[in-house]
Each structure stands twice: as C-alpha cells, then as structure tokens.
Design a protein around this ligand. Structure first.
Ligand SMILES: [Ca+2]
Ligand SMILES: [Ca+2]
Ligand SMILES: [Ca+2]
Length: 324
C-alpha cells in the first residue's frame, strides 16, 4: 500500500477523491479502494490473509481462547509496486470489564527478525494505546501483553515488525485468566507462561503432575526458554511443600553460585510477591528442587519453574503437599 486516508463523513453526499503524482513526468497503473469501518455495512476481509487490516478502522475481529488461535502473516512488499512501509496487521477483540486477557504473539517466523523484534501494541476502546511489548516472551512466544479491561468494549491489537523489509508468518491468541470463562490449556499444560495463565494443581502426593519444559522450535523467532506457572489454594498458617522431581537430564543445570544461571523453582503469594526461591540442589537427587513455606494469608499461591539457560528442556514432575 502506498497511501491511505481515514475519514468520518460529517454529512451525507458526494465526496471527491483526487489522485495525482508528486512528479510531472511519471505514468503507471494504480489501484484505489474505499473500505467501510469494521462495524459498518460492507466491511469485508480476505478470510485467509485477514487483509486489508492496515488501520485500526479495518481491524479484523478475533475470538478469545485457545481454540481461537490463528495464523497470519506480514506480507511481502511486491517490488513492482511503490510501497511506503512494511505490512502491519490490526485486530480487535471484545473484552468484558474487569476480566484479564493475556495476548500472545507466538510461532513468529525467524525471517521476521530485524531491529528489536515484532511489536505487539494494544489499544483500549477509545483507541488510546495502553501497552506496547516486544521480544518479552518465553518458549515459542515472541511478545505478549497482559491487560485487565477497564470497561467492556472493543480492544485493538497491532502486529508490526521493527524492520521495513521483513515478511513471514506468525500466530496470535488471546487467553482468559486461569479462573475466568474459557480458560483452557493444551495436553502439555500450555500455555502457562505467565501467572495469569497458571495451570491448576491440586494438593497431595496423589496429584503430582508430570509435565515438561518444551524445546523451543528453532524455526521461530524466540527469546527465552519455556517457563511454567501453576496455581494452588492455601490457607493462612498452613505449611506447604512444593517439589520438583523426576527431572530429565536435559533440563538439569549445575548451579554456579548464581540463581540466575540455573533451574529455578519460585513460589509467589497472591500479589505475585516472591515467597521463596530454590535454585540449588544435588543433581542426582530425585527431588531436584523444593520449597517449604508457611502461608501468611489465605488465597492463591503460584509455583513457577524457570530455566534461564536458553538450551534446556525436558520432563519433570511437580507436586504440592500440605505438611501440617
Ligand atoms: Ca498481514
Ligand atoms: Ca495488514
Ligand atoms: Ca510453559
């Protein structure tokens, strides 16, 4: 696309568009089109590419939840055409006041690399920008944003690479908070890469949960190793034991005296303040990491596993028990 203008008609009647080049000596073909706003009669998109979606007024509607995730792409700029910038994609989703949404831009093709990465920018129903994130994800997630809707209405997303010459595919999904309608996880308990998407674990030895930290796909533009969050209820005064056991050798990490360079188990309180962290242990032991804590207040607590080594992955089991 070379140029675009958005205009709201203040009166009914005939409008005139004039097109002329900024040169007296050029000739050539061009296309022109006039598109209605997304919610006005005649609004339409290509069902495969979701184009044209290059402005907030042409934002393509997407659904909430794991099952509504979809693939799209930053288009190639055809060198036969006079273009002015890289493709950008706008989407909109309907948010309910008070609910929390985790927006993930993931499986981003490596060929979209350039500059800082691929930006994920969020706008509220007044079309004011409320968040802008790039290359902040874990696992196969490239960029993500977490928002709590201040009001019910359409929220908008823009996907835009930080390079004017790249093109390639990506996926997008909007996940409800773990305890809100539509929350779901796949058979690998993903996506659980943020506390807002923590997977529920029940207390007790019998509820030990086998899972894994997955190997990132090298065809995707990724930033960090996978991380996993779990949530569980506690009562004030209860003593709880969180354990990570049966850890695959590919996930184990020698501790060199810095927690930032190894496999971490972290427990957080309901306000996401860190309660305790364990990053040291016998590499041969069945229980590789463990934390005991006394709950200061009744409410949801979170356990997180995190490998800060970018190459680690593999199976492990988590279990949480009350010991008093
Ligand atoms: Ca596109
Ligand atoms: Ca587009
Ligand atoms: Ca994860």
């Amino acid at each position: 696309m070379a140029h675009s203008i958005s205009h709201t008609a203040t009166m009914t009647g005939r409008y005139v568009i004039q097109i002329y080049p900024n040169s007296t000596s050029v000739t050539g073909n061009y296309y022109v089109r006039i598109l209605p706003k997304f919610n006005e009669p005649g609004a339409k998109w290509d069902p495969t590419t979701m184009e044209p979606n290059n402005s907030i007024y042409n934002a393509y509607q997407i659904g909430i939840g794991l099952n509504n995730s979809f693939t799209s792409a930053i288009q190639w700029r055809n060198p036969e055409y006079y273009t002015s910038s890289v493709d950008q994609d706008w989407y909109r989703f309907y948010a309910s006041a008070g609910r929390t949404y985790t927006i993930q831009l993931y499986n981003v093709a490596n060929i979209l690399a350039g500059g800082d990465g691929v930006y994920l920018t969020v706008f509220d129903p007044l079309m004011d920008q409320i968040d802008n994130k790039v290359a902040n994800g874990n696992g196969n997630i490239h960029s993500y944003s977490v928002i709590t809707a201040g009001q019910s209405g359409w929220y908008y997303l823009r996907v835009k690479p930080d390079s004017t010459t790249v093109a390639g595919s990506y996926r997008l999904r909007i996940l409800p908070k773990y305890n809100e309608p539509g929350a779901a996880w796949d058979s690998s308990l993903e996506s659980n890469d943020h506390w807002t998407n923590a997977y529920p674990i029940n207390l007790g030895v019998g509820n030990a949960l086998p899972t894994s930290s997955y190997l990132r796909d090298p065809s995707f533009y990724t930033i960090r190793a996978d991380t996993d969050y779990f949530h569980f209820p506690v009562v004030q005064g209860g003593v709880y034991l969180v354990e990570i056991l049966n850890v695959a050798d590919t996930l184990k990490d020698e501790n060199w005296g810095y927690c930032n360079s190894s496999f971490n188990l972290i427990v957080y309180d309901p306000n996401m303040n860190e309660v305790a962290k364990d990053c040291v242990g016998d590499i041969e032991a069945t229980v590789y990491r463990s934390i005991t804590f006394t709950a200061g207040a009744t409410g949801t607590h979170y356990a997180r596993i995190l490998s800060t080594d970018q190459s680690k992955y593999g199976n492990y089991t988590i279990r949480v028990t009350r010991t008093n």
